[in-house]
Design a protein around this ligand. Sequence first.
Ligand code: SF4
Length: 217
Amino acid sequence: MSRIDPEPPRDCPICPRLVAYRGANRAQHPDWWNGPAPSFGDPAARLLIVGLAPGRTGANRTGRPFTGDFAGVLLYETLLKFGFAAGRYEARPEDGLRLVDCMITNAVRCAPPGNRPETAEEAACRPFLAARIAALPRLKVIVTLGDVARRNVLKALGLKASAGVGGHGARCEAAGYALINSYHCSRLNTNTGRLTPAMFEAVFEAARGLLEQPSGQ
Ligand code: SF4
């Protein structure tokens, strides 16, 4: 069986539309990252957070997931509050922020136009997600940010997307992991009140509670 690296190469050529978008962004902003956003965090993490895809001016610009765009502020502040991060989030990869027992990745590693990956692109990138999950030996809890991330995690685990229910705070057990779904911490969701900081914090409080349970419960 072939082994896939959990991190795609910087010049991953698999999705033509995303490669073209990467090239266009590179031509306009040669100082940006403009490549697949690498996962960020603790290789011994028990908590994995899975987002949808890098934002054009977020991870696609800075090279660190959720760094530099609106969604990162609520995410990193919440992780700091629940002890899954240490330091200070200053929206730049050199801010010294560390993730503690936690890793962040994306279901699709390259920025898609309009923040909308196509189904074929999700499928093409899924082996990297599966490899990322498999490469975390202590992993217990996966928080998915939004329904696309949730469905991709289920499929990456070899399950049907229908194996778990959607919605904010929905939980299920999948291939030995506890899955918790959250609405995405996007500007749209937070500005419209669909996702409040309290709702988002409740997800990470639940994750913390699961991690503190003695194993076997
Ligand atoms: S989205 Fe994933 S599979 Fe597609 S080009 Fe980027 S890294 Fe490769």
